[in-house]
Design a protein around this ligand. Structure first.
Ligand SMILES: [Zn+2]
Length: 158
């Protein structure tokens, strides 16, 4: 399941990516290009724009009336019955894996060694973290705990 979020849903897009959901997002994009990308890449359109979903050719979409990104996230997870998992293989299937995708650019993350990560992460993170991942596209490094407490608390609430 793949998504494309309209330009009003940047924070939602970041959270979806952190949960492992393939979500395209552009700060500014023409409506026509947004819709065409959704169609061509078979992506479900996430939007707050009632006008947009009435346009011709929009098939799969979810209209979000919620203002907060977490309320929006809950709505998306509920609507498509998405239950992200912590480790690949856990529960199997095509379920999204938390921390498998770059929150900035949506690229799947790659495992990287502690030594490789060392120059790119704060010293205390290097000392206290075992596993690191990195984005081959934009170069951002991730580790367990990039946003752990907030994410876990919010997921629990959801
Ligand atoms: Zn990236």
């Amino acid at each position: 399941m793949k998504f494309i979020a309209d330009s009003m849903l940047g924070r939602l897009a970041r959270w979806l990516r952190l949960l492992g959901c393939d979500t395209l997002y552009f700060h500014s994009i023409e409506d026509s290009l947004l819709l065409r990308t959704a169609r061509e890449e078979n992506r479900i359109l996430l939007t707050r724009d009632t006008r947009l979903v009435k346009r011709r050719g929009v098939k799969e979409f979810l209209l979000l009336h919620e203002n907060g990104p977490f309320e929006q996230l809950k709505k998306v997870l509920d609507a498509f019955n998405i239950h992200p998992i912590e480790q690949p293989g856990e529960g199997g299937g095509a379920r999204p894996v938390i921390y498998s995708r770059c929150s900035l650019c949506n690229t799947p993350l790659e495992d990287t060694s502690r030594e490789q990560a060392k120059p790119h992460v704060p010293e205390y993170v290097y000392q206290t973290s075992e596993k690191f991942k990195h984005c081959p596209e934009c170069g951002k490094y991730y580790w367990r705990g990039t946003h752990p407490e907030k994410l876990k608390r919010k997921l629990h609430e959801l």
